[in-house]
Each structure stands twice: as structure tokens, then as C-alpha cells.
Design a protein around this ligand. Sequence first.
Ligand code: SF4
Length: 427
Amino acid sequence: MSETAEWGNVCSRVDTCALTGAAAFFTGIKGAEVLVNGPLWCYFYALRHLEKSNSRLGERFHGSQPDNNAVVYGTEECLTDALDYIRENRAPSILLIENSCSVSLIGDDIEGIASKAKLPFSVIGMDSGGLRGGFAEGYSKASIRLWQYLDLPDIKIKCRLGVNLLGATTAYFNGRNDLEEIKRILETANYRVIAVPGAGSELETLQKIPAAQLNIVINEELGLETAKYLKERYGTPYVVAGIPYGLKGTLRWLEKIAEVLPSDLESVREECVKTQEELLAAVNEARCTWGELWFDKIIVAAPGTTAFCIAQTLREEWADTEKLTVICQNTLKDLWEPVEADEILLAEKDSKKIEKILQQADNTLILGSSSESSVLLREGKNFWCCNIAYPVQDEVLLATAPFAGIRGAGHMLQRLWNLKIKAQLPY
Ligand code: SF4
């Protein structure tokens, strides 16, 4: 946990712990498996979060279930039992063994125990849990551990217009659909997406990561440290692009990438113009009947990159408001500057102020999660809720429509307009 973090935030309120983040990265590698060396509580805490985007995750996600004695005297016996099970029943391309908070304190040599088990696959061990930080810290640390372990040789002949996407995850709300749209836009602009570590690429594909001409960081809080590591190791430049929301936002996002690795963006520009015309016609009709898309106050609350990128697009393209407050789960460096928010708060250090703002919010649009809307509900406030982050208890999202990119621009406008319209209906 970082020095300023409050325990309640890291373990239970708006964020999940490093154990979940590390598991998200490794289970995001096709064929990789994860063994949680910690109590059942930690295992199910992570599983419950991660299986939302992968219903078959339980097959690749294991637990050693140490009892109270093991938590004091060492986990070798239960860890060896779990490894025996995996050796006999599974064939992972690589296995992450991650210690929970309590087991991290014992100092078991988990890689040593794994080597005694003579496993026919690679094993990486790491301490995780809330003591190591939140989801982002766990994801980022697991990613760097993988590259250090693989220590891939450099590939001198780079793939023309080849890019890797760093810090992408399907464990964020609607993350899988957003990632598909991001890849589609890049491919429309003639880029070749080589690898997406932690979000679908298999171990074999990850060996080609040094072949890229550019690393694109999608979620800064998840991918920036890996980008820095890969730049140092292979000299690959990187750009912190964020998530492309809205039509202007998508073009700006792509132009930022093209500044470092130029490509032909014409097809994407044409698609944006065509979509813009369609959206404008639909929005003008809605305006005539229902008025402007105006909300007295808007609060955006989400993981850092999602929060900043959504806030920027709200201001520029989507809705008007008197006051825009951004609450983010992570501090950002590169994406922080351009956001024109009236107030920016950090979940890990401003929790008292955030609680007060939520308790006093009325006639407010919440672009966040059920964590924020439940506070307003409890306080009996009038509000609209558009979920953009987990946890989500009041919406089922089954369609393959993204929030990000060109297709996402229409989807998000549709969600915002429908909130506004429904609020004016007498039924
Ligand atoms: S590893 Fe620690 S922070 Fe994570 S679920 Fe277990 S007890 Fe909570």
C-alpha cells in the first residue's frame, strides 16, 4: 500500500488489491495460469472481480488455501500440494504464484519450493496483496516481473508500423469491447498490433514484443512503468496515448501516436466525419424535443486513465455542466495536464473530501461506479448514473458495444441522452 493510502480504499471500496491486479495481468496471457498462495478470502476476492470479463477463469486460477498454522509456520506443504495438482491436471504456458498480504509477511521462498516440485513449465513468484498497493501496482509489477524473467533477446529488424499495446486490460468495465475498438482503429490506420500483454496475447506472441517500432500505453497507471522498462531494455520509444473517447478525442489520440510513428490516418478521418454527421443529425433531433444535454454538476470517478480521458471528452464533445469534478483512483503524470476539470481528487488521499462531495451532490450526473451512486442513493439525492467503472450492481452490459473509439462515441452519447430523456418522462 502506498504511504498515503487508506486501507479501506485499497481493499474494499473503489479499488481492488495488487493480488487482483497481478492476477489480471497473468490471466490476461492466453494459456498462462495463476496460483494464489493465500487464504480463500483472497482467492475469491480476486476471482469474483476477474471472472466478470472471463467466465471460464476458474479453470486457470488456483488457490493453495493455507490454514492458520501455515500462515505462521510456512506454506510449503499446501503450496506443494497445489503445484502437484497443477502438474497432474493442467499444462500452463507459464504460472504466476502470488503471495497474499499475510503470506508475504512470512517470507517463504516460493520459487525455491516450486523448483523442488520439478514442474514442466516456467514459474514466476511474487508478493502481492494490499500491502503492495492497488490493482494498478499489482498489474504493473507483474508485467515487469514477466519481462525480467523472459529477458528476451532484442530483435534488430523491427516490424514496419508494428506497435504493442501496454496497460490494456479486459478487467476494467467494458474493457474487452474497448480494446477491440482500439485495435480496429489502429489497424484501419495501417498499424500492425503485434502484442497486447495482459489482454489476450499468448506467451509465444509476447516473444515478439521487441520487434515493435512503438509501444502505445493505453492505461497509464497500468502500462507506463513497463513502457519505461522496455525502452531501457530494447530502446523502443513509447507514447502515453490513454483511451480514445469521442470522435475528436479519437482523432487526437491517433494523431498523438502518428507524431511518433507516422501512418496514413485518412480512412479513420473519413469514418469520423461520417459518424459525426450521423450523430449530429440524431442529437439535433433530440435537442429539439428535450433541450440541451446539460447537467448541473458532473462527477467522473474511475481508474486514473479512464477518469481523465472521459472527463476531457465530456467537456469537449458530450455534455455541458457548471461543475466538473474528477475523482481518480491513481495519480497520473502524462495524461494529467490537458483535463479542464474544476476539481481533481485522488481516491487514495482525498477520501474524506470525496465522501463529503458525494453526500452533498444533488442533480448530479455520476459517471462512475455503484460505489459512488450507492452513496447518493443512501442520501436520497436526485442523480443520474452512467457506469464506466467497476463495481457495477445496477446494470447488465451484454452487447459488444465499446465506450471507446468511433463506435464508442455513439454508444456513450446514446447512454447520456437516454438518461436525460428518461428523467423527463412521467413514467
Ligand atoms: S491479498 Fe490482502 S488486500 Fe488482497 S484480498 Fe487478500 S487480504 Fe485483502
